[in-house]
Design a protein around this ligand. Structure first.
Ligand code: ZN
Length: 142
């Protein structure tokens, strides 16, 4: 059960993730993710192209390029070059994780996922739940 204090904290991190998403130069969709462990943000990410690539996410036809990294993937790969450990961490992400990010979240031994916007596909959420990860949908009121 979530208490009021935890709920207030969750809403605060989700709002921070939403603000962080503003860093994204992608036009179709801006997604932000924060990885929190012991009330400390240990990694952050937003969707975008890999390091060294042009800061343009969409191709000429307006489609998202295949090599654009999702916010969760960017946050998780940041951990690879840090001393932080994501075991037992919570990921706060503006949009429901896709199946590719769900796999990364599972392999990173995270305990919980909190998101505020539903995605048309549910396979990512279902995979997370199947792996025993707590998934909480918390819509943000504007
Ligand atoms: Zn994803």
């Amino acid at each position: 059960m979530m208490d009021d204090k935890q709920l207030a904290l969750d809403m605060r991190y989700l709002r921070m993730a939403r603000i962080w998403a503003e860093n994204s130069y992608c036009e179709r969709r801006k997604v932000g993710a924060l990885i929190v462990k012991d009330k400390r943000i240990i990694a952050d990410g937003y969707n975008g192209t890999p390091v060294g690539f042009e800061n343009i996410c969409e191709d000429e036809s307006g489609q998202t390029k295949q090599y654009v990294l999702h916010a969760e993937a960017n946050a998780i790969t940041k951990l690879a070059s840090s001393t932080n450990d994501s075991s037992g961490a919570t990921v706060y992400v503006t949009d429901a994780p896709c199946i590719e990010c769900a796999k990364l979240i599972i392999q990173s031994h995270m305990r919980r996922v909190v998101y505020s916007t539903e995605y048309r596909l549910r396979d990512g959420i279902e995979l997370l739940q199947r792996a025993g990860i707590q998934v909480d949908y918390l819509p943000l009121e504007d």
